[in-house]
Ligand binder design. Sequence first.
Ligand code: CDT
Length: 301
Amino acid sequence: MTRMILAAAQMGGIQKDETRQEVVARMLALMATAHEKGAGFIAFPEMCLTTFFPRFYVEARADFDHWFEAEMPGPDTQPLFDAAKSYAMGMTFGYCELTPEGEHFNTAIIVSPEGEITLKYRKIHLPGHTEYEPERTHQHLEKRYFLPGDLGFNVKRSQDVLMGLAICNDRRWPEAWRELGLQGVELVCIGYNTPSQNNLSQDEGLKQRLYHHELSVCAGAYQNSTYAMAVAKCGMEDGNHMIGGTIIVDPDGFVIARAESENDELITAEADFAKCAFGKSTVFNFVAHRRIEHYGRIATQ
Ligand code: CDT
């Protein structure tokens, strides 16, 4: 079983007028630091090539196609793939995908150290709303700009580790974790953009948002006996604040590395993937202990 240094590459805010080339340069700097620290795999946030544009409303959604990537890699993102290859480092990052059929998804990929895309995931739990809602302090229009993912929750063996993906809001849903857990996942990577305030309630602020984030990731990792990396895009974006709180979590649900800032910041931790086997073969031995005859509602309601 594999030991590997994992790197979680938190990113500070990306402003509206920042170009893809500027953002990719920031990512390349984080990759270089990860390489210096001996990392075998690096994880970047959700939608890490652009600002979190679902906070903006446009009538004609085609006006927002410039936030989407029609090809991956494309000319602007090829340097990321080249760097992964030259460092022999696997990576994952999130971006907005425009398919040849004209569909829009909030997507994440895993790229192997050979520079090949080994897994693609399209975000399934899209939070927010479809229309402009003036009573909110800020808009969260993911349901307007994206279709729900159509690929399901899959895992892929890459670098001798069973890897799976989820994106932001997915981390709050035990069903997402269990779908990956049932396939034996050993590393779940989750990028996120989480506003630090509930847009309908002043009562739910930064502290509670950070707590619910960490609670969800630690519980998901423990209950499925898997490593997890949850990676923020955070800080201020165009006057809007998003939580930091990037963490690497072990299969016992303990945080083993934690970001301290709300800026571009690389954190690392060594994973011993053999540790996933203990929980999977004891308290969370799903074959031995699950009682699926009582779980019917979960898949039908
Ligand atoms: N990007 C994303 O999915 N953000 C959501 C905010 C929803 S408000 C709880 C999240 O779950 O973090």
